[in-house]
Design a protein around this ligand. Structure first.
Ligand code: ADP
Ligand code: ADP
Length: 232
């Protein structure tokens, strides 16, 4: 069962002589309940692909559906709404709001949507991510690892269809990275959280169900339990 489906995705930046073809017609399906890692050299198109699959950017041509909804024909407002309802984000530099407590940062996606957290789900979530005694702290009073835990809880709190993580361990030391990866893995196990992670981290790839390798704007190789075929 796939929750994000991309077909023939081309992304060209700019026009004319200076145009950069970042993606050359990528076909990919993100399988429900799996952790999918996206790897590849710098400039291979990982961020571009992630932004398109997450509805942050639109392809120049090709088709992308999120939860069965074709995003390429949606207007900006409808796309923003779909993103809020279906997508959670985790960033390399955490992107927390400095003036808000950990609790309010975690609740932000629900606050923006005018919704309230189910108290039981919220308590279990903050317990799982190890923040139960840090909820009143602002980001500056938390370690990098704790800040990323806040970001993970924020991504999970609205129970999104897919969580996209962009180099989630890129700004953390190796021990803390391991803890954050364990946490991401456990959200897949515990909540069946479909997760897509762009990473350079071999340890991250090792715990993924599936790894997509990009080179020069194309998926050149795919490994993992779910892959029907290896292209290389
Ligand atoms: P990666 O995430 O693998 O490093 P990117 O998706 O960031 O790769 O970039 C893919 C290609 O697209 C690169 O050649 C990059 O220079 C180019 N690119 C990315 N974003 C832009 C942009 N906003 N304008 C022009 N070129 C871009
Ligand atoms: P970038 O830093 O990659 O340019 P933006 O700040 O422009 O990203 O945000 C792009 C999208 O990412 C937003 O429309 C929103 O959907 C999502 N996003 C950004 N920051 C947050 C956040 N703190 N919490 C949840 N989603 C966020």
């Amino acid at each position: 069962d796939s929750v994000v489906h991309a077909k023939g995705v081309v992304r060209v930046y700019g026009e004319g002589d200076t145009a950069v073809r970042a993606l050359h017609g990528v076909d990919v399906e993100i399988e429900s309940g799996q952790l999918t890692a996206v790897m590849g050299p710098s400039g291979s198109g990982k961020s571009t692909l992630m932004h398109i699959l997450a509805g942050l950017d639109r392809p120049t041509s090709g088709s992308v559906t999120i939860d069965g909804i074709e995003i390429t024909t949606l207007g900006d407002d409808a796309l923003t709404k779909l993103r809020r309802q279906h997508i959670g984000f985790i960033f390399q530099f955490f992107n927390l709001l400095p003036m808000l407590s950990a609790r309010d940062n975690i609740l932000l996606p629900l606050t923006i949507a005018g919704e309230k957290a189910d108290p039981e789900f919220f308590d279990t979530l903050v317990e799982r991510v190890g923040l139960a005694d840090r909820l009143a702290h602002r980001p500056a009073e938390l370690s990098g690892g704790q800040q990323q835990r806040v970001a993970i809880a924020r991504a999970l709190v609205s129970r999104p269809t897919v969580v996209f993580a962009d180099e989630p361990t890129g700004n953390l030391d190796s021990r803390t990275s391991g803890e954050i990866l364990d946490l991401m893995r456990s959200s897949v196990e515990t909540y069946g959280q479909t997760t897509v992670m762009v990473t350079h981290d071999a340890k991250a790839a090792a715990m993924a169900d599936r790894v997509l390798y990009l080179a020069d704007g194309e998926i050149v190789k795919e490994t993992g339990r779910s892959s029907q075929h290896e292209i290389l």
